[in-house]
Design a binder for this molecule. Structure first.
Ligand code: PLP
Length: 424
């Protein structure tokens, strides 16, 4: 019998939520999730208001890389804020947080903290415009850079097209939209319009749409092209930062951008983001020529969370464990699926892999993704949630440092139970 993915108490509270919070959620991306209402979380486990538990592969859309309620992070935040939260000037912990993040990343020379990835992207783009005196930027189909008017795009081609009613579509005219993983397309565009282009911005792994990794040599070629045309290369490492490696995609692929955006995992779950990069660029903020502001930037809680997170990640790096877990999980899911004749397609970095239904052929662009049965997989996730696996309909599975043997066994058992049920 199919278990309803949402228990009676979740249902009741979600209905109540929807009378005061539009859609019952505070971020539109959550409209796609089953309307489970949660009570608490610890490590890699979530509990909903009906007392059901879930192995969590959403991790709050990525930030909980150290697991939920990591004591080092929660204690650091609680302790630090007892002595004040905001000072309207520099607090000593902001300096330590900046030093620790720069030491972890190795390549950038300066960093500014913010509260969300969305605004850090805007700061980097403004900086790129200011420094180059050029207005347009290049971005890629399927990459997400936040919900503001100049970067939010719909999937339809040819783009860029707005993805929301009320969005000022004209602002999208500031960007050229290209297919990612196609260096020749970028070369051709820069050859024609390079002198109007301030920046190329990308997710260095296209995690948001299909968990697609860069083709060998692609990031290197993008770097060379940006140098050739004096265009600023911005890596949006909001997902990949501190997840693929301590040094994020820069460390994993060995290509260094001029600026990068961090968020999610940097604060162990606390809302904090950052722009980091070369001193000669970042100091345009320091002189005041380029405005980057925010009442809550560098709050005591945020920087305490960052310091604790950096300490945890540097003192006991979880990357090998997380990679091994992701690989074991993908192998285990594939084996179960094979037993049940389900054509499960898996690819991507083990700490943020992508699942769908369809042939096992490699996928390295959006055209490849379109050959998969994304809707069929989304329907399957409803059953997975009903069996206690909290996963996203759009196929990304985030792994944390808190996932271990017990979670692996439970996940495979629950996955098997969901497949044994059949149907969709
Ligand atoms: N950039 C990337 C790659 C993201 O995945 C996200 C959020 O998912 C953002 C930017 C926006 O970050 P935030 O939701 O913190 O504003």
């Amino acid at each position: 019998m199919t278990k309803a993915p949402v228990g009676p108490e979740s249902q009741r509270l979600h209905e109540r939520a929807a009378t005061v919070i539009p859609g019952g959620v505070n971020s539109n991306i959550r409209l796609a999730a089953p309307s489970v209402v949660f009570d608490r979380a610890s490590g890699a486990t979530l509990w909903d208001v009906d007392g059901r538990d879930y192995v969590d592969y959403v991790l709050g859309q990525g930030p909980q890389f150290l697991g939920h309620a990591n004591p080092a992070v929660t204690d650091a935040v609680a302790t630090a804020c007892r002595d004040g939260m905001l000072f309207g000037a520099t607090h000593r912990l902001e300096i330590e947080a900046a030093e620790r993040v720069l030491a972890a990343l190795k390549w950038p020379e300066r960093i500014r903290f913010g509260a969300t990835g969305t605004e850090a992207v805007q700061a980097a783009l403004r900086l790129a415009r200011a420094v180059t005196g050029r207005r347009k930027f290049v971005r890629f189909n399927g990459h997400y850079h936040g919900w503001l008017d100049n970067v939010l795009i719909g999937p339809d081609q040819p783009g860029p097209r707005p993805a929301s009613d009320g969005q000022v579509a004209d602002y999208l005219g500031d960007s050229y939209l290209l297919e990612w993983n196609d260096a020749d397309a970028l070369a051709a565009l820069l050859a024609e319009h390079g002198d109007q282009i301030c920046a190329v911005i990308m997710e260095p792994v296209m995690v948001n749409t299909g968990g697609i990794e860069p083709r060998p040599g692609y990031l290197q070629r993008v770097r060379e092209l940006c140098d050739q045309h004096r265009v600023i290369l911005i890596f949006d490492e909001v997902i990949t930062g501190f997840r693929l490696a301590l040094g994020g995609a820069v460390e994993a692929y060995g290509v260094v951008p001029d600026l990068a955006i961090y968020g999610k995992a940097i604060g162990g779950g606390w809302p904090v983001s950052a722009v980091a990069g070369r001193a000669d660029l970042m100091e345009w903020f320091g002189t005041g020529r380029v405005n980057h502001s925010g009442t809550f930037n560098g709050s005591v809680m945020a920087v305490a969370a960052v310091i604790a997170t950096m300490r945890e990640l540097a003192d006991d790096p979880p990357y090998q464990r997380v990679t091994a877990y992701g690989n074991d999980l993908m192998k285990g899911l594939a084996a179960v699926a094979e037993r049940y004749g389900v054509p499960l397609h898996l690819h991507g970095p083990p700490s943020a892999f992508f699942a769908s239904l369809g042939p096992a052929d490699p996928v390295d662009n959006l055209a490849g993704l379109q050959r998969l049965d994304l809707d069929g997989y989304a329907a399957l996730t409803t059953r997975l949630v009903g069996h206690g696996l909290w996963v996203m309909r759009r196929g990304i599975w985030f792994v944390s440092a808190a996932h271990g043997e017990a979670e692996l066994a439970t996940t495979l058992q629950r996955f098997e139970a969901a497949l044994a049920e059949g149907g969709s």
